[in-house]
Design a protein around this ligand. Structure first.
Ligand code: FES
Length: 117
């Protein structure tokens, strides 16, 4: 069963600057997207890189005319080793949704961030 662990203050997690915390030996990355904070295991499901140290960013897609569009700013983490991109909220790989990074529920109470891991 998941344990609720106080990890930091909410104002210590900034957009674009993931914060890595330790929870009983697990390295967990905290990300801010707008007013919400999300937690993800700092291990890439591809080859085990410290995923949450990669940039918090958006991604690109192309439209019908082949124009490249940048979108989803700050909703994605890109692994620094081979560039795989993951949705920070769901943990799913953008290329293959069957592949997921491990995510954890987060609650914020009175400005304190708790991860349920
Ligand atoms: S280890 Fe993360 S993309 Fe390869």
């Amino acid at each position: 069963m998941a344990e609720k662990t106080l990890v930091c203050r909410a104002d210590e997690v900034a957009t674009g600057a993931p914060r890595i915390v330790k929870i009983r030996g697990l390295a967990v990355g905290l990300f801010r997207i707008g007013n919400n904070i999300h937690a993800m295991l700092n291990v890439c499901p591809h080859r085990g890189a410290p995923l949450c140290e990669g940039p918090q960013c958006g991604t690109t897609t192309s439209n019908d005319t082949g124009e490249i569009l940048h979108h989803r700013d700050n909703e994605i983490v890109r692994c620094a080793w081979h560039g795989w991109e993951f949705d920070i909220v769901t943990g799913k790989s953008l290329v293959d949704p069957k592949v997921s990074a491990r995510i954890f529920p987060v609650t914020v109470d009175a400005g304190n961030v708790y991860v349920h891991a």
